[in-house]
Design a binder for this molecule. Structure first.
Ligand SMILES: [Zn+2]
Ligand SMILES: [Zn+2]
Length: 523
């Protein structure tokens, strides 16, 4: 009785408030877009901020961004980065710990590609290995959306299968990625039994037109060229093809399609196909909410070959800025201004080329082949021995290598006590007993090399470490209910999916590692 008496006035007041003062009815969101830009380290958007006029400009002016967002795991590769964004969970929970993970098969160690599935052949390419999300053990945002709105259409596209598949998750999505050698967009039996005619048409007519240019010519405005590192350096691209213009004819024996794969063109094709699939599937036009997932791979290809601060990467980012801006302008017309929402992040960052860091006075190293061989020899000794004294001596040898910072043991990875340092916490987030690096599974150890160290190779730079430069990524939300702004609060890529879900009123499953950041967005 007392409860009723207290409740009635509150309910009446609520009725009066909503009755007399109805909130302005915002049009509902009809399309959720997630964009993952491969290897886009967050500081690159700051560095070139004033040069952007397209999609990055709009995101920075109208979006809300988390300036200190990171991937919250140690092995910063493409597959784990995308799976963390898509599922809101860390690799230790979603199973995608590496691009290629080792696993035990009886006494033997075998390697498995994270999105390999022999039961899901590529349609039309019988000799290509099958692909699906069966190794991903958690549902993606696309699945949460379909559970909430069964009519939702799911479409994802990327140059890489490990970009398109985690975003599509275990849904009946239109998921398309590129077979580089075949030079066309494909899918697997997991997602479809045949290609829709418009995919065949895109592959037969549109892609060849986009692929026709056999030179990559600099388009950076002359006044902005000096903003990048100088155009040629002998650590770029294995010392070959280091300056603009980049011509197909100068890349020796690699195929034309493999040459194009190191230019901005595949991202332009990916965005053109995103446009086409939005129209063909009428995404955002059927009175309910749909999902478009786009993963853009060329920042990664170009960053590996020429380095993140190269003129090549600046040229690529400016082209991407323009193409993203065109897609956004078109979505305003097709779906309706204020009727779509976008979240953008990256699967990982990258290390700046060590030679350039050294020029700038930072202690940085590219390991020699001999360095790597010495490290491997000790690890081989460890993998063959279970004798405690032999192992202790080998670990001491590892720690004496000048480029090794720490050797992490299985006890530290499995421990539940507070991690001794933040790296161990990151390694725990990447750790699964049955999937890991070959060296972890065979030796029970993870070797952390020193900061700003990369292994020998023909690439200008790479990623994959637990250091900040490999984990620091953009995290930007943009949509009608989201104020423009910047927050320095720590945020993680596993927060992207729960935040988007909260903004859209889509229920998120239990057991996520990420949290909704809407309390920060709405402040
Ligand atoms: Zn990547
Ligand atoms: Zn990469």
């Amino acid at each position: 009785m007392r409860r009723t008496l207290r409740l009635v006035p509150v309910l009446m007041m609520a009725a009066v408030l909503t009755g007399s003062n109805p909130p302005p009815q915002a049009p509902p969101i009809r399309l959720a877009v997630v964009v993952v830009v491969d290897q886009l380290r967050a500081d690159l958007l700051d560095r070139y901020d004033d040069l952007f006029t397209g999609g990055f400009r709009r995101l920075r002016d109208r979006g809300f961004r988390f300036a200190e967002a990171t991937q919250d795991h140690a092995w910063t590769e493409t597959a784990p980065g995308h799976a963390a964004i898509a599922t809101g969970t860390i690799p230790a929970h979603n199973g995608i710990v590496l691009n290629d993970f080792a696993y035990r098969d009886g006494d033997r160690l075998r390697s498995m590609y994270s999105f390999a599935d022999s039961a899901s052949p590529i349609l039309g390419l019988a000799d290509s290995p099958g692909r699906s999300p069966v190794n991903m053990r958690r549902p993606s945002f696309a699945e949460w959306l379909v559970a909430h709105e069964p009519r939702a259409r799911i479409a994802t596209v990327s140059r890489k299968d490990r970009g398109a598949i985690p975003l599509a998750g275990h849904t009946r999505a239109t998921a398309l990625w590129m077979d580089i050698e075949a030079g066309r967009f494909v899918t697997s039996r997991y997602y479809a039994s045949a290609y829709p005619p418009w995919v065949d048409d895109f592959n037969a007519r549109v892609l060849p037109a986009l692929y026709a240019d056999s030179a990559w010519v600099l388009r950076v405005p002359p006044g902005a060229v000096a903003r990048a590192r100088r155009d040629s350096a002998d650590y770029e691209s294995g010392g070959k093809d280091v300056t603009f213009p980049h011509k197909a004819s100068e890349r020796g024996r690699i195929s034309y399609n493999a040459w194009v794969a190191k230019t901005p063109v595949p991202d332009i094709a990916t965005l053109a196909l995103a446009h086409r699939m939005t129209e063909e599937l009428r995404l955002g036009r059927e009175g309910h909410i749909d999902f478009l997932g786009i993963s853009l791979s060329q920042t990664d290809a170009i960053g590996h070959a020429w380095g993140p601060l190269s003129l090549e990467q600046l040229d690529n980012l400016l082209r991407l800025d323009r193409a993203l801006g065109e897609l956004m302008d078109w979505l305003d017309e097709y779906v309706g201004r204020d009727q779509w929402m976008l979240a953008l992040s990256a699967d990982h960052g990258v290390m700046t080329a060590p030679e350039y860091l050294a020029e700038q006075g930072t202690d940085a190293h590219r390991l020699t082949v001999e360095d790597s061989r010495a490290q491997r020899a000790i690890l081989n000794r460890l993998s063959r021995s279970s004798d405690a004294a032999t192992r202790a001596a080998a670990v001491a040898d590892l720690e004496r290598l000048p480029f090794v910072a720490d050797v992490v043991t299985l006890d530290e990875l499995r421990g539940t006590a507070a991690a001794a340092d933040s790296f161990i916490r990151l390694f725990r987030n990447s750790y699964l007993p049955d999937r890991g690096t070959g060296s972890l599974l065979s030796t029970g150890l993870v070797v952390r090399n020193r900061e700003n160290t990369i292994v020998a190779g023909a690439e200008a730079s790479t990623h994959g470490s637990a250091y900040y430069y490999d984990r620091h990524v953009p995290l930007i939300f943009m949509g009608p209910s989201i104020p423009a702004g910047v927050s320095g609060e720590p945020a993680r890529t596993v927060d992207l999916a729960p935040t988007l879900a909260a903004l859209l009123g889509v229920p998120a499953p239990a057991g996520l590692d990420g949290v909704s950041l809407t309390r920060v967005l709405r402040r």
